[in-house]
Design a protein around this ligand. Structure first.
Ligand SMILES: Cc1cc2nc3c(=O)[nH]c(=O)nc-3n(C[C@H](O)[C@H](O)[C@H](O)COP(=O)(O)OP(=O)(O)OC[C@H]3O[C@@H](n4cnc5c(N)ncnc54)[C@H](O)[C@@H]3O)c2cc1C
Length: 772
């Protein structure tokens, strides 16, 4: 090994071992949030980068075990997967023709494509000095060197890394050790996760599956899919197999980690009693199990080690079949095959294998009767699931790290010991500053750590911890930026990395907001105006910013958005509030989602009322872009595009007015030259919401509705052109849509448009005529 390639110029490098869901998501978050030059090396030993074991299946019949509504890769953006599925509906139609919603169980293969596309998108939009390198190879060793390490690959290559993440996921467990058995005899014994598990198997051949959990279900589905006719035996010590998912109303949480019994026996009694109480109130047992999910990790951590071991010995199979359930469609196939007698699931132990010319004779000792049965099968498939005991793991990398004392396998045989952020403990109990992990290797610490809802949180937190642990090597702030900010030649360094600019379009009195992270140079424009695109591009250029997104607060009726043109010129993404009428957006948002722009967090707050689909944006919790929901001393009209005064009153008073009083309010328009206000000011002085100047006497909802219903405003003059154009994000404006007769407006709206056009009313004069 020759580490001479370690030069002073080598950029910070994070090596991620394993390119399944966990490794890919850590890489994605690093690409999205790194604020200093960084090389990410993602090393995957299979050719399926981004998929891992779970999602590299090639068949459509293997469905997710979790419904699509809970499988977003981003905890802070729960609707992400559903939006991706909708957006790619046509391309994905051959995988699943039926409509998708939050309760659908989509093919795992499609989920693999989702992870790959997330990674590709993060790579494409990362700053140029934050780079992803994908290596198809196996990491076989990590040798500490200075403050980092040399990572060795099976191919013989090696490279230097500052940090190493072990995203090793799930290794198949070995089949149960049987006396006299040749566990390597591939003539009949195969692993369920290998590509050749069912290769060359005669359709009438009898098969034995060892294990009756989720992997067995996968194998049964594969056999069913290839129209296997032979008998299928599945055997495990207890013969339990996964229960099916069923829609059930959520059950309120009934335990806290503090009140949870500290013994397995006590815990089981408590759970059973609660299921009975719940059943008496019409709840399904599934709801009781699911209500434990948010605190399962803490309950596990409060159990003494002996109790954890007791749980592993006695309860794991029962927990697994109730907690890790299967999609209803999958359960139907299993039931049908059980009913037909083709599938036989039983409890017992394998005693002996006797190789035969066409397969093997397997002697099974039945659990209850202890009677021996001999099964003649052509293939035995190991479906015993995941191996998590790192004390004995034959994994070459783990063996290497173990021998160097760089890791500490968990004492009860479940993964590796790590701190709360995933930094691994060394054999002499120090917290490593080199090695980190997430997912299955943290099972001993967390128990509930193998599924996406937990992994996505760990991936985000780990990437944050990694970036924070790196030596500070931020990009220099452009001198001209310092000059502009301080006006004193740059002696003072700005405190925050948030860059915030308010830009004005005099013709429509519209504000566009430019928001950026000064350090990464990533920027967004909110509500750009078509006629001002050149100005906006110039600002971006002068400030050295890269436009990542254009955000809209709503579908504007008074101007055409500049988003489409900006997308054409910069390659940015256009993001709009969820609205079926908008066809050309890259993404749509629902309330609660967060857009990260470097270190700047922009939270979407659903604020319908001015129009049915409207979002306000809260930037870094300090700057609120209110769109047309709230103006300085006013608010947007509510009489078209699905507007509703009662709804607007509710969102302003119950959502926006609950933000801290010093939150800065930046509206989408101002007709009197005002630029900024605060929530506190608007609560006191906005005449639409307060009926006594400065004394904070809230107007009632009905007063507000009366005011809004009596504004008698004429329709926006340009609405017949702007609304259809904005439905295309201003990307291209079909001539037809400019013709009022062909526009997408309703008949009622078209009539109003005609009247407006005929009378040529100047909208802005009377917009505030009823300024109460
Ligand atoms: C069959 C199956 C179905 C599942 N279905 C669901 C589901 O529907 N919903 C859900 O939430 N969870 C499901 N899971 C749980 C699953 O653990 C997670 O969803 C997730 O896929 C785990 O990702 P991971 O990256 O941690 O692990 P893995 O997917 O196992 O990925 C680890 C990767 O690391 C690679 N690797 C290991 N060692 C090295 C090395 N030394 N060098 C290079 N590469 C290496 C492996 O090749 C592998 O690709 C399922 C799991 C399985 C096994």
């Amino acid at each position: 090994m020759n580490p001479s390639f370690l030069t002073a110029q080598t950029p910070t490098t994070i090596a991620i071992v394993g390119g399944g869901f966990s490794g890919s998501l850590v890489a994605t978050h690093l690409l999205k949030t790194a604020s200093q030059p960084l090389t990410i090396k993602l090393i995957e030993r299979s050719h399926q980068m981004g998929k891992g074991i779970a999602y590299s299946t090639n068949t459509n019949c293997h469905l997710l075990n979790v419904s699509a509504g809970n499988m977003s890769a981003f905890a802070r953006d729960p609707g992400h997967l559903l939006r991706w599925l909708q957006y790619n509906r046509n391309e994905l139609a051959s995988f699943f023709p039926e409509e998708v919603n939050a309760s659908s169980f989509i093919p795992r293969k499609v989920y693999g494509l989702y992870i790959q596309s997330i990674l590709a998108e993060a790579e494409a939009t990362a700053p140029s000095d934050v780079r992803l390198e994908r290596l198809t190879d196996e990491v076989v060793g990590v040798q500490p060197e200075g403050k980092g390490a040399i990572v060795s690959l099976r191919s013989g290559l090696c490279f230097a890394a500052d940090k190493v993440v072990l995203a090793l996921g799930n290794s198949p467990s070995a089949p149960p050790a049987i006396k006299n058995a040749d566990s390597n005899n591939e003539s009949y014994l195969r692993n369920a996760w290998s590509a050749d598990a069912l290769a060359d198997l005669d359709l009438d051949a009898p098969v034995l599956l060892i294990g009756t959990g989720l992997t067995m279900v996968d194998m049964v589905l594969s056999l069913h899919d290839r129209q296997h006719r032979g008998k299928i035996y599945a055997i495990s010590r207890r013969g339990l197999f996964p229960q099916k998912h069923q829609a059930a109303k959520p059950y309120p949480s009934f335990l806290t980690p503090e009140t949870s019994p500290k013994s397995v026996r006590g815990w089981l009694h408590r759970l059973r009693a609660e299921v009975e109480v719940a059943a008496a109130q019409g709840y399904d047992w599934r709801s009781v199990i699911d209500s434990l999910r948010p605190i399962t990790q803490k309950i596990w951590q409060k159990l003494p080690t002996e109790e954890q071991q007791r749980f592993l010995r006695h309860l794991t199979p029962y927990w697994d079949v109730h907690r890790h359930r299967i999609a209803p469609k999958v359960a139907d196939v299993v039931t049908e095959m059980l009913d037909s007698g083709q599938l036989n699931i039983s409890a017992g132990r394998i005693r002996e294998y006797q190789a035969l010319p066409d397969g093997v004779a397997v002697t099974v000792c039945q659990r209850k009767t202890h009677a021996n049965t001999v099964l003649h099968v052509h293939r035995v498939v190991n479906c015993t699931g995941v191996a998590a005991d790192y004390r004995r793991s034959p994994h070459p990398l783990i063996a290497d790290l173990r021998s160097q004392g760089l890791i500490r396998p968990n004492a009860i045989g479940l993964g590796l010991d790590a701190d709360a952020h995933g930094a691994l403990y060394t054999a002499d109990s120090n917290v490593s500053t080199l090695l980190y992990t997430l997912g299955t290797p943290r099972k001993g610490d967390l128990w509930e750590t193998i599924a996406v809802p937990e992994l996505r949180v760990q991936a985000q937190e780990l990437s944050q911890a990694l970036l924070q642990s790196l030596p500070v090597r931020v990009r220099p702030i452009p001198t001209m930026l310092l000059n502009k900010e301080t006006g004193d030649g740059g002696s003072q360094i700005p405190q925050s990395s948030l860059l915030f600019r308010q830009l004005f379009d005099p013709e429509t009195s519209s504000y566009t907001y430019l928001i950026a992270d000064r350090q990464t140079g990533d920027a967004v424009l909110v509500d750009p105006v078509l006629e001002q695109v050149d100005r906006d591009l110039q600002s971006l250029d002068e400030l050295g910013l890269k436009l990542r997104y254009c955000l809209e607060t709503h579908l504007h009726a008074d101007h055409i958005t500049g988003a489409g043109k900006l997308r054409q010129q910069t390659g940015c993404q256009v993001i709009v509030p969820q609205n079926p009428a908008v066809t050309k957006a890259d993404r749509s948002l629902v309330g609660g989602e967060i857009i990260d722009v470097g270190s700047v967090a922009i939270e979407a707050i659903f604020t319908p009322g001015h129009s049915a689909s409207h979002i306000a944006y809260l930037v870094n919790k300090t700057h609120l872009l209110t769109g047309d929901a709230l103006f300085i001393r006013g608010c947007g009209r509510t009489d078209f595009q699905g507007g509703d005064p009662g709804t607007l009153y509710d969102v302003v008073t119950q959502s926006l007015f609950t933000l801290p009083d010093d939150t800065l309010v930046y509206p989408a328009h101002d007709y009197k030259g005002r630029t900024v206000s605060t929530i506190g000011e608007e609560k006191r002085f906005n005449p639409r919401f307060s009926d006594s100047y400065g004394a904070l006497r809230e107007r009632s909802r009905s007063q507000f509705i009366t005011i809004m219903n009596n504004l008698k405003l004429s329709y926006p003059q340009k609405m017949n052109a702007t609304v259809p154009a904005n439905e295309y994000c201003g990307d291209f404006i079909p001539q037809d849509s400019l013709n009022p007769a062909m526009s997408l407006a309703t008949d009622e709206e078209k009539k109003q448009i005609e009247i407006t056009v005929m009378t040529n009313t100047e909208i802005y004069n009377d917009y505030f005529a009823m300024y109460i």
